[in-house]
Design a protein around this ligand. Structure first.
Ligand code: ZN
Length: 844
């Protein structure tokens, strides 16, 4: 479909020929000078030269080889020429096509296929709030000298307490306008389609903030009635706002400039609201860019970032396989592409633990207005799926064990988190939200004046675990530690880091299978010289002589290790590194071919890559399904495009790896484990719904457990309309029919498929024996209400974050006095014949 887009583009070119004609460098010089912003390419020998160029211009793109695209103001541009650079000027993106404008009239017939004038944009934003005061509040972050405002819509169902906050923004670069219209349309869609399950899910469960236009002075640089002539920079100070933020790895003012008003206002928004997740839309490429932008160190949640970025790109590609496929098929680690300092993404992640990504959503920055609806269609599912990710992982409320009051606590994951990835619980509800890749973790809850607490949690991708935690007032010690690596090659050193709480004066470590076997250092380094899975134990002691011991069982996995070389190895249990081994880069000009064969008959080699990094576009790892490089090519991998998990399917069960590097630049390489899996087993499904019988409007958690196949499963559930996501193993169903049969088809990477089904029924209360149906009245109430129901039952009243406020047992009619603040509560009644939850509204 790239062809369709270029087709539409070429129509626009014909329609406005003069705007897009081939201009000479001299003409472009004149056009750029008039425009006030220069857009050009430069050639580099090495990617590292981009750092130098960044001092003279704002780097916008890098093709991974030699070509850097850049913006500069007049002064910067002349400075660049004086430095001896020879830029090739291009037509500024905002002058490449004629932008169809919409003046705000006849809103009912506006189809999102023209760019609004500034007045139309501002009016539309405020109108959202006027038309839907119960669901939408328009925050005015500030008014610029130009009179233009930065506006953010806050959307929810009227309840905000205890919900994760999510932030979508766009167009911090004023000439990257596609995301702006998508965000504007998203607000409209959420407000105008209240009965769509995907809309209800967001409005009911998320406190959502959407700022469609972060740089209005840039977008309307040429005037309020035209986006042709838009600038990347802000209007007043020729500044790239996405280089103007405080940088966790570069400190305050990384660009050497004062914070601009636009920057200050967004930094204040981030201070005021504790965002759990976010995304910032750009244009000029089609890729999801995840942290970090300003360091090659991976984010502690790198595996989670790759999961959610991959999901975004995959959902877009379902509409058009040639869309959202730049760099590593639509995703990239920021620094692997090119490094920038002072970006919004790193600021939000580093200073606010808001898991934010940068989404480049159109190859052209200013797309012909009649293609805007297509971008919405391509992105819509991904936009919703990405928001929903803030509902998965581990969530809950932290309270004082004595008073029951919510408290502000710090939540860290033992041996996993770093200084940027922890989360906090926030008042008034004491709620915390921790998206994380599926796995088993030890969560630590700590707060000033309380004893820290460690809780083991297992969570799967797309699963929500609720964890309400009570902390006991007092001061206590808590043992915790991490390791520099847990998959270890024989002979490799491992650094252990003490992460304990309390005034610890003594550390006593023991390392099964390690040398030394014991240590009294706080952060010892240990070498492992034999193969096996080993426990690590730490005992800490404080000045009072109190001590505590933590053992992590089978924590360190020591394997035989093989560095990339020519040859064949028979094994079913090994580590596999590039030629530089576990800690060094691979070398220049390498060309190795290595084959792994199983050492048990009938098995298949499986390689699982936990880290992967090569020089993108130059240094490649090829994987073949067989015992030589003549076998079928499974894939070729470079940059941060990790092979992930690869399993042999050939008769010998062998995998062959070939690696080639060029001269000049090397990289870390890879860490993979090599294991064996049994013969190919047919797919087997177990399909469940929990619960299978629900009340009207309630949800049921569907799940399919799959065994056999090659492990690369894809899922298709039907009917899709009432599911949170029909393409995952465990969607949430909100059926509307008395009986719904949910059918799932699971397909593996070999193309084998198997289907299964489960029925979810809605309880028909009219069929219950006379008198069972509970009557709750009056509802809404000013406080007191009556439950009327046959037989004995128990009842519980909870608030929106699940805190239990009152409960009791009764028989027949019960008058209940509830002295509670106005709001929406949930009354659960458990009788002999079933459970019923009613929404109870308390009014002033
Ligand atoms: Zn941008």
């Amino acid at each position: 479909m790239k062809t369709l887009r270029s087709f539409i583009l070429s129509l626009a070119v014909i329609a406005c020929g003069s705007l897009f004609a081939q201009e000479s460098q001299k003409d472009l010089e004149r056009i750029s000078k008039n425009h006030g912003e220069y857009y050009f390419t430069l050639n580099v020998q090495q990617p590292s030269e981009i750092q130098t160029i960044s001092q003279f211009c704002s780097v916008d793109n890098f093709d991974g080889k030699t070509k850097v695209t850049c913006y500069a103001g007049l002064e910067q541009y002349q400075n660049l020429l004086r430095q001896g650079y020879q830029p090739t000027l291009m037509m500024p993106p905002s002058l490449q096509v004629k932008a169809e404008m919409w003046d705000g009239n006849d809103r009912a017939n506006y189809d999102w296929d023209a760019y609004p004038t500034y007045e139309a944009y501002e009016a539309m934003m405020y109108q959202f709030g006027t038309d839907h005061p119960d669901k939408c509040e328009i925050l005015t972050l500030g008014t610029l000298e130009s009179g233009r405002k930065i506006l953010v819509a806050r959307l929810n169902n009227g309840e905000t307490e205890g919900k994760p906050k999510f932030l979508y923004t766009s167009t911090i670069h004023g000439d990257e306008t596609t995301g702006w219209i998508m965000m504007l349309r998203l607000i409209d869609y959420l407000l105008e389609n209240p009965n769509e399950p995907e809309v209800q899910n967001v409005m009911d469960n998320i406190d959502l903030f959407i700022g469609p236009l972060a740089n209005p002075d840039g977008t309307y640089h040429a005037g309020n009635n035209n986006v042709n002539g838009a600038w990347r920079y802000n209007h007043t100070n020729y500044m790239d706002l996405n280089r103007n933020y405080a940088d966790p790895h570069g400190g305050p003012h990384p660009d050497g400039n004062e914070y601009q008003l636009e920057t200050l206002w967004f930094m204040q928004l981030a201070e005021d609201y504790d965002f759990v997740m976010g995304a910032n839309y750009h244009g000029g490429s089609e890729v999801v860019n995840y942290p970090w932008d300003n360091t090659h160190t991976l984010h502690a949640d790198d595996d989670w970032y790759r999961l959610v970025s991959r999901e975004y790109a995959d959902l877009c590609q379902q509409h058009d396989s040639n869309y959202m496929d730049d760099l590593n098929n639509g995703i990239t680690n920021g620094a692997d592409w090119y490094m920038i300092g002072g970006g919004r993404q790193d600021y939000m992640n580093g200073y606010h633990q808001c898991r934010e990504v940068t989404i480049e959503c159109s190859g052209n920055k200013l797309v012909p207005a009649n293609t805007l609806p297509m971008y919405w269609d391509y992105n819509k599912e991904a936009i919703f799926a990405f928001m929903n990710q803030c509902l998965y992982g581990v969530h809950g409320v932290v309270t004082d064990s004595l008073t029951g009051q919510p408290i502000e606590a710090t939540i860290t994951v033992s041996g996993h988190d770093d200084q940027y990835s922890f989360v906090s619980s926030h008042l008034p509800a004491g709620d915390f939200h921790r998206p994380i890749k599926g796995g088993s973790y030890s969560f630590i809850f700590s707060a000033e004046g309380y004893c820290p607490k460690m809780i083991d949690v297992t969570v799967a991708d797309y699963e929500t675990v609720n964890l309400n935690v009570q902390l006991v007032p007092g001061s206590c010690i808590l043992a915790s530690f991490g390791a520099s690596a847990t998959q270890v090659a024989m002979g490799q050193g491992v650094s252990f880091t003490d992460e304990s709480f309390g005034d610890i004066v003594a550390w006593n470590w023991s390392f099964e299978g390690g040398t030394p076997a014991n240590s009294n250092q706080q952060n010892p380094t240990v070498t492992y010289n034999e193969v096996g899975d080993f426990d690590v134990t730490l005992t800490i002691t404080d000045a009072n002589g109190d001590s505590q011991t933590l053992t992590k069982e089978n924590y360190i996995h020591v394997r035989e290790a093989y560095n990339m070389q020519n040859g064949t190895v028979e094994t079913c249990n090994a580590l596999f590194y590039d030629a530089g081994g576990p800690s060094n880069n691979y070398g220049n000009n390498q060309n190795y071919t290595m084959t792994f064969k199983p050492d048990t008959e009938g098995s298949m080699i499986r390689a699982t890559f936990s880290e992967f990094s090569t020089e993108a576009n130059f240094d490649y790892l090829y994987i073949y399904d067989g015992s030589s490089a003549n076998a079928t090519l499974i894939g070729q991998y470079d940059g941060s495009d990790s092979p992930g998990e690869v399993t042999a399917t050939n008769e010998e069960g062998a995998l062959t790896f070939r690696f080639t590097s060029d001269q000049g630049v090397t990289a870390f390489g890879w860490v993979a484990t090599v294991s064996c899996v049994g013969d190919y087993e047919p797919l087997m499904l177990e399909v469940t719904a929990e619960p299978e019988l629900i009340n009207e409007g309630e949800t049921s958690q569907l799940n399919v457990t799959v065994t056999g196949g090659d492990g690369n499963y894809t899922y298709t559930w039907e009917p899709a309309e009432t599911l949170s996501n029909p393409n995952i193993a465990n969607p949430v169903a909100t059926p509307t029919e008395p009986e719904t049969i949910y059918k799932v088809v699971v397909t593996d990477g070999q193309g084998s498929s198997e289907s299964g089904e489960v029925t979810v029924s809605i309880r028909d209360w009219s069929l219950q024996e006379d008198g069972f149906l509970p009557h709750v009245y009056p509802n809404p109430t000013k406080g007191n209400f009556t439950i009327d129901m046959r037989g004995a039952y128990s009842y519980t009243l909870c608030n929106g974050v699940g805190q239990q406020l009152l409960s009791g047992k009764a028989e027949g009619k019960a008058n209940i006095e509830a002295l509670l603040a106005p709001g929406v509560y949930f009354l659960q009644i458990i009788g002999e014949d079933g459970i019923k939850t009613e929404k109870l509204v308390i009014e002033k």
